[in-house]
Design a protein around this ligand. Structure first.
Ligand SMILES: C[S@@+](CC[C@H](N)C(=O)[O-])C[C@H]1O[C@@H](n2cnc3c(N)ncnc32)[C@H](O)[C@@H]1O
Length: 244
């Protein structure tokens, strides 16, 4: 298994600055309210910014993540005690069949290797009550976003709370739906901390098949956060499905 690309305690502190949440967080919060969800699971919760905002009176929220660094950071944040944090992947969840809603945000589902996708979906189905909703988003392979992850296009220099940084991305392999890239982070002393990620760009049809064979029904895939249709110009695929 690949080393955790989010294991750097310095860089994890920058995650929420770089990913402050916008339409995506608003979408998931509105969905939780619309469903009247009283029990929510956030799979791949990371720093837990959305997870903590989902918690509130009359609601239990579980944040699950296999990155110790991410989870420790999440736990230490304001309102961190409003969430139950679980270290691990979806298989760490008890098959309680009680959750009203499970989400997997920030394209976290793209980290799942081919053998992990069916076990993860089955575990989510096992954690949700009948009729419960699983919602997630993933980058649309037709948009070919990885083609813009070149050192030239992504290079930047900035002053951050952990010091001046020079940063860029470099795609090192594209093989079928699997994209491997290095994130370079050069600190003032010249140290380049390089973290390698592997992301799987899966089509809407592929997800639909996988969801339906893992116990989900009523699969809906939108091309944006406002319920627009999917086209090649859609950067994201936004999914919702119900546990059959
Ligand atoms: C890009 S971050 C997204 C974090 C958060 N959901 C958000 O919206 O900001 C991806 C997260 O997925 C987690 N992850 C990686 N592999 C995973 C797996 N097999 N199951 C669940 N989460 C995983 C990583 O540890 C990381 O915290």
């Amino acid at each position: 298994m690949l080393d955790d690309p989010y294991r750097d305690v310095d860089l994890v502190q920058l995650y929420d600055l770089d990913n402050p949440g916008g339409e995506d967080h608003a979408y998931y919060r509105a969905l939780a309210d619309e469903l009247g969800a009283r029990s929510i699971i956030d799979l791949g919760c990371g720093t837990g910014m959305l997870t903590r905002s989902l918690a509130g009176p009359g609601r239990t929220v579980l944040g699950v993540d296999p990155s110790r660094t991410m989870l420790d950071f999440a736990r230490s944040q304001p309102r961190g005690d409003a969430v139950t944090w679980v270290f691990g992947d979806a298989t760490a969840l008890p098959p309680a069949r009680t959750a009203d809603l499970a989400v997997c945000t920030g394209n976290a589902i793209m980290h799942l290797a081919p053998d992990e996708l069916p076990t993860t979906l089955a575990a989510m189905a096992g954690a949700l009550r009948q009729g419960g909703t699983f919602a997630f988003e993933t980058r649309n392979p037709a948009y070919r976003e990885w083609e813009s992850w070149t050192p030239e296009a992504t290079y930047g220099e900035r002053v951050t709370p952990v010091g001046q940084l020079r940063e860029w991305l470099d795609v090192t392999e594209v093989a079928d739906d699997r994209v491997t890239f290095d994130a370079h982070n050069v600190f003032p002393d010249g140290e380049d901390r390089v973290y390698t990620s592997v992301l799987y760009f899966r089509s809407a049809e592929r997800f639909r098949r996988e969801l339906e064979s893992s116990g989900f029904t009523d699969v809906v895939c939108d091309g944006d956060w406002r319920g627009g249709p999917v086209g090649d110009g859609s950067r994201l695929l936004v999914f919702r499905a119900r546990r059959a």
